[in-house]
Write a protein that binds this ligand. Structure first.
Ligand code: NAD
Length: 250
């Protein structure tokens, strides 16, 4: 049902973004991939998804502008690229703060700013921001990430109001812990910050917050993104849809 629609999915060479790109492609959307990675693997993904790829650095404004210019008219914008850093506030590297705010929040602002004019002309659009349970709640040692994700939730609600009469919806999908490289890579830092073993981090920090005691799967987020693109979801706007195994119900 998405043939003829172009979807830009930021940070889609890995993890959740890749699963969203695959799900949208399966419904016929033309997909533009973004993100870093091995050249050969990215070429294989482009072939698999009949997609193009723009590898610009979205933590810079120029990088977002390059992506949106090379992508062309965008009907579905999925702001997904994001990074994490785990450290106590007094040790939090200031360059990490700047980069996380730039990538997890400012890049979404810029991509929306550049995508909306076409969506308005077309009379249809979907903005899907991959936020986090950390857009609704906090955890210690994640100052930049929690701040950026709360900001992304605010941006999403603002755009939902601005675009409500344009047939353009703006929503957050907020996952709990999804088993992706982003989560796998923060285990060593969390071990250090909390003085824990790997098993303790997985069971006593990560899954302790998820009543299901299971990691969310990237494909679950892909399916939610597809739903938000359906006509049946035309009145779902400004929502923050948690896919977190019950985390934020507590
Ligand atoms: P991931 O590390 O597997 O993938 C991140 C993607 O972003 C990759 O394609 C990477 O190349 C790209 N990327 C990173 N820095 C970039 C940059 N500067 N410019 C362009 N692309 C860049 O991560 P993931 O777990 O799939 O996370 C995706 C999104 O979901 C993030 O916004 C993350 O905050 C959010 N999220 C993840 C989880 C989780 O548990 N994995 C939970 C909640 C929210």
């Amino acid at each position: 049902f998405l043939s003829g629609k172009r979807a830009v999915v930021t940070g889609s060479t890995s993890g959740i973004g890749l699963a969203v790109a695959r799900a949208l492609r399966a419904e016929g959307a033309q997909v533009v991939l973004s993100g870093f990675g091995d050249e050969g693997e990215i070429a294989a993904l482009c072939e698999e998804l009949e997609a193009s790829h723009v590898g610009s650095d979205l933590s810079t404004r120029a990088g977002v502008e390059e992506l949106m210019a090379r992508a062309g008219d965008t009907d579905i914008l999925v702001n997904n690229a994001g990074m994490q850093h785990v450290a106590p506030i007094e040790d939090f590297p200031v360059d990490k703060w700047d980069r996380i705010i730039a990538l997890n929040l400012t890049a979404a602002f810029d991509a929306c700013r550049l995508a909306v004019p076409h969506m308005k002309r077309a009379g249809w659009g979907r903005i899907i921001n991959i936020a986090s349970a950390h857009s609704l709640t906090a955890s210690p040692f994640k100052a930049a990430y929690v701040s950026a994700k709360h900001g992304l939730a605010g941006l999403t609600k603002t755009l939902a109001l601005e675009l409500a009469q344009e047939n353009i919806t703006a929503n957050c999908i907020s996952p709990g812990y999804v088993w992706t490289p982003l989560v796998q890579d923060q285990i060593p830092d969390t071990m250090k910050a909390r003085g824990m073993t790997r098993e303790e981090v997985i069971n006593d920090v990560m899954l302790v917050r998820q009543p299901t005691k299971k990691f969310v799967q990237p494909e679950d987020i892909g399916e939610m993104a597809v739903f938000l693109c359906r006509d049946a979801a035309a009145n779902v706007t400004g929502a923050n849809l948690n896919v977190d195994g019950g985390w934020t119900a507590e």
